[in-house]
Design a protein around this ligand. Structure first.
Ligand code: PLP
Length: 431
């Protein structure tokens, strides 16, 4: 087996996500033979630092020995069972732990198997909860520049044109209110005032606002002040609107706290989690909600009142075992505390990028560091150049347009941070 052979077999039969497949006539695919820790290794023995945690999912490294062991144990016990009418130890234990770890007041867990599906669950639950209280509220609000996934409902509440424009005629109705324009508290207050204005006009129709707390991932890692969350929570209460916190990317320690909502000390009506939930091992997602919402569905059997939503792999036992193992590591290794050190170190290296003349700005929230470039057009495909330089030098960087970012697994060492960030520095300098 070698790289070339596998590449050709792949292109014969595969269609890759988020890819113009014709690009692969010139841009080689990279077959990965194995991975360990923060390194991916190809068939020629080249190793790449996974600086983007394999699309933001990996927390404690690839083929982590502890998570491996826990999945193997589960594999010989119970791989999967229908979750309607049945239950199992891993899903109960995981739910107990999530309820305990998440903001006060979130008491019930509903599972799905990816971030987009969990967003769909939250949207449907929100609409349905109002409906069960005899209120017809069918409008969702989201923030400008937001991303919530790519199934039709999730895409409808997103605002990244690249993914959305083509499908516009298929989407459900949603409106966008401005995201705070920068990380200042003034911008947070301004944006909250805009949201309140919208609520004054349309609150009767609005079911929920969905937002990515603190960092908008696919929206070029745009960041804002936590005060916005505090204010939005108050406005939602005032106007009987649900707050859906999509922490698919920011959850599990990315922003510095276990959950980003914690930094604003708020409890959303729905907390949506996926990506880091299984440490980057297996597809799993969950929506946590309050007893109050749950109670609106709880009554003698009535086909219109029960939440009759399901996915085949809901609460998969292997995925739940991976999630429990991931939470064990958080507890055992004092991860949130340790990440503070790592984040501080990355931050100190980040400031150096400001010296470069093609750098417009830098920003950081916890374990996410961003370098925004300036002076380029989309057709320059500047991100692709940084990507290729990274690969040639042993680092997987995957810029979002002209935004280069670092979101490594938490186990990265200082020396590996040096390699990751110095390589990006060189790439940007050479552009
Ligand atoms: C990735 C992401 C999603 C979608 O999750 P998938 O598992 O890719 O469907 C939703 N919301 C946010 C904030 C995300 O980053």
């Amino acid at each position: 087996m070698n790289n070339t052979k596998l590449k050709n077999r792949d292109l014969d039969v595969l269609w890759h996500p988020c890819t113009q497949m014709k690009d692969h006539e010139t841009l080689p695919l990279i077959p990965i033979k194995k991975a360990h820790g923060i390194y991916l290794e190809d068939f020629d023995g080249n190793a790449y630092i996974d600086a983007i945690s394999s699309w933001w999912v990996n927390l404690f490294g690839h083929t982590n020995s502890y998570i491996n062991e826990k999945i193997k144990e589960q594999l010989d016990t119970l791989e999967h069972v229908i979750l309607a009418g049945f239950t199992h130890e891993q899903v109960v234990r995981l739910s107990e732990r999530l309820v305990k770890l998440s903001p006060e007041g979130l008491n019930k867990c509903f599972y799905a198997d990816n971030g987009s599906s969990a967003v769909e669950v939250a949207l449907k639950m929100s609409y349905h909860a109002h409906k069960n209280s005899a209120k017809e509220k069918k409008l969702f609000v989201s923030l400008t520049n937001s991303y919530h996934g790519e199934t039709i409902g999730a895409l409808s509440v997103g605002d990244v044109k690249l993914y959305k424009d083509t499908y516009e005629p298929l989407l459900i109705r949603s409106i966008q209110t401005p995201v705070p324009k920068d990380m200042s508290i003034e911008a947070a207050k301004e944006a909250a005032a805009e949201f309140e204005k919208l609520c004054r006009e349309k609150s009767e129709e609005i079911s929920a606002i969905i937002l990515e707390p603190l960092v908008q991932g696919a929206g070029s890692m745009h960041m804002y002040h936590k005060e916005f969350l505090v204010l939005v929570r108050k406005i939602c209460d005032r106007y009987d609107i649900h707050l859906i916190a999509d922490e698919v990317m920011v959850g599990f320690g990315r922003t510095g706290a276990m959950f980003a909502c914690e930094s604003a000390n708020i409890t959303p009506d729905f907390l949506v989690l996926s990506k880091g939930l299984t440490g980057g091992y297996l597809p799993l997602s969950v929506v946590l909600t309050t007893n109050e919402i749950y109670a609106k569905f709880y009554c003698d059997y009535n086909e219109h009142k029960a939440f009759l939503h399901s996915h085949s792999y809901t609460g998969n036992a292997l995925a739940c075992a991976a999630a429990n193992a991931t939470l064990d590591i958080f507890e055992r290794d004092n991860v949130i505390e340790k990440n503070r050190e790592t984040a501080k170190y990355m931050g100190s290296k980040l400031s150096k990028f400001k010296e470069l003349k093609n750098v417009a700005s830098i920003r950081q929230t916890g374990m996410i560091c961003v370098v925004e470039l300036k002076g380029y057009e989309p057709k320059d495909r500047i991100g692709l150049k940084v990507y290729q330089y990274g690969l040639d030098n042993g680092v997987l960087l995957r810029p979002l347009g002209d935004v280069v970012y670092f979101m490594p697994p938490y186990i990265i060492t200082k020396e590996e941070c040096d390699k990751m960030m110095d390589t990006a520095y060189e790439a940007i300098k050479l552009l």
